[in-house]
Design a protein around this ligand. Structure first.
Ligand code: GRF
Length: 220
């Protein structure tokens, strides 16, 4: 997969065990975005393999979703590591051991440190429940509602050292209704997350893109 060089995919990607379309998914919770990726792989709309799912929480529902789909699922509890660097180094080792080329954060509630970022340059994606750069960090839907915006949405972006601050790959807008609650707005945004995350992963894997400063541009 190219990082800086554009490449145009002119044929349907074929999946083999030895190719580079192997994903690692990092989670902390229920794993509905993981499920969207599993289903997109299953129905052939995302030509990739999910090689491993790693959670920092033993009780993450996403671990069960992974196992139910026959995907290897590991718990690496961050509290058992001495530092973020040590934790990230172990995550990198596990991902590399399984030939992962693209890492998908899917409700992974930890900051990604330099060790992980440097191991997968421009190859870590995150999904966030707002139209970034508005409302980064936790409780994005509540932030949007309390701010009074009329439109919020979902963003998939490349992960950098800045929290929720990397180049934007795809976004989808969701209108905020006058009678919205955090739960109602979150549910409508989640539908868009599930729709655009597999699309964004496919874009990254297919390789017809380049970065121009902060801008993620799809080429020819
Ligand atoms: C999603 O809203 C995602 O945008 C945010 O955390 C939530 C994870 O949900 N980063 P799930 O675990 O994928 O269901």
């Amino acid at each position: 997969m190219p990082r800086d060089e554009p490449r145009t995919a002119n044929r349907e990607p074929q999946i083999t065990d030895s190719d580079s379309r192997r994903l690692g998914v990092l989670i902390s919770g229920r794993g509905s975005n993981l499920q969207a990726l599993i289903e997109a792989v299953g129905d052939g709309t995302l030509a990739a393999r999910i090689a491993v799912v790693i959670s920092n929480k033993a009780n993450a529902g996403g671990l069960d979703r992974a196992r139910a789909a026959g995907i290897e699922a590991l718990c690496l509890d961050h509290r058992t590591f001495g530092s973020r660097d040590e934790y990230d180094a172990t995550v990198v080792r596990e991902l590399r051991a399984r030939g992962v080329s693209v890492v998908c954060l899917a409700g992974f509630m930890r900051l990604v440190g330099p060790r992980l970022l440097e191991a997968f340059p421009n190859a870590i994606l995150n999904v966030h429940p707002s139209l970034l750069p508005a409302f980064p960090g936790v409780d994005a839907q509540r932030q949007a509602l309390e701010h009074g915006v009329k439109v919020s949405g979902a963003t998939v972006h490349l992960v950098t050292g800045e929290l929720d601050g990397g180049p934007i790959v795809l976004q989808s807008a969701v209108p905020v209704r006058d009678d919205d609650s955090v739960d109602l707005l979150s549910a409508r945004i989640l539908i868009e997350e599930h729709r655009i995350y597999p699309q964004a992963v496919r874009l990254i894997l297919d390789g017809g893109w380049r970065l121009e400063g902060r801008r993620f541009l799809v080429v020819g």
